[in-house]
Design a protein around this ligand. Structure first.
Ligand code: G6P
Ligand code: MG
Length: 227
């Protein structure tokens, strides 16, 4: 069992953990699903969390039974259209989009000498971090363009530990997506799921809101043997 004192680093998801941007992703996908005639649902929205741009489009098409209706070129156009909408929604976003408690949590991790890395599937994550004013915390980022497999594969969180020169068991991964929690677990790290406990039941530690994310709460959860 991993002990709190053996934790040296934190590997973060971005959208829905650090910032409220998963709402913007959802909005842009919802708009595209309407255009494609695919029924939107909360379940589809949940299943899209943490999934790469092209895989998200494939999942939407599959949900509507339209997976064979479009050429690769057409799919790329739709994915680009979603991204343009997403970027429009991001315009003017600033540090007020940082989720509650996250700015303090990142500062406390830095003050306590934990290493930090980013494991987001989003190719827009450098831009988002800049806009939020949080880029300084994440010198180490996994480049999603270089990955062979998306979440729930362990690759992205395994890389998140590697870029910090840490072993997976020395790291805690923080996620709001079911596939993200699965990725953390199979990489051999301790997982924190933020959000609906029913969706994220596989996480080692569950918090319903980002404001619960404090070193004291994590220590407590690990000490009571939840992990
Ligand atoms: C994150 C988000 C997903 C998004 C994916 C790719 O994992 O949770 O909603 O589809 O990144 O983002 P991108 O900005 O590259 O399209
Ligand atoms: Mg997320």
């Amino acid at each position: 069992m991993v002990k709190f004192k053996d934790i040296k680093g934190f590997v973060f998801d971005l959208d829905g953990v650090i910032a409220d941007t998963s709402v913007y992703h959802s909005k842009a996908w919802h708009q595209l699903a309407d255009e494609l005639g695919v029924q939107w649902s909360d379940e589809l929205a949940d299943n899209l969390k943490g999934v790469s741009r092209m895989d998200s489009l494939e999942l939407i098409l599959k949900t509507g039974g339209k997976e064979n209706d479009y050429t690769q070129e057409e799919k790329e156009k739709y994915a680009a259209k979603k991204n343009a909408n997403y970027l429009d929604l991001l315009k003017g976003m600033d540090s007020s989009a940082i989720l509650p408690g996250i700015a303090d949590f990142l500062a406390s991790l830095e003050a306590n000498n934990y290493k930090l890395s980013l494991a987001s599937a989003s190719k827009n994550s450098p831009l988002v971090l800049e806009q939020l004013g949080l880029a300084k915390y994440f010198a180490e980022k996994v480049d999603p363009a270089k990955l062979k497999h998306g979440k729930p594969d362990p690759e992205i969180f395994a890389r998140g530990a590697q870029v910090l020169n840490l072993k997976p068991e020395q790291c805690i991964g923080v996620e709001d997506a079911k596939v993200g929690v699965e990725s953390i677990n199979s990489a051999g790290e301790t997982s924190i799921g933020i959000g609906d406990v029913n969706v994220l039941s596989e996480a080692d530690i569950n918090f319903t809101k980002t404001s619960e994310l404090t070193l004291a709460n994590i220590k407590k959860a690990m000490e009571v043997g939840e992990v």
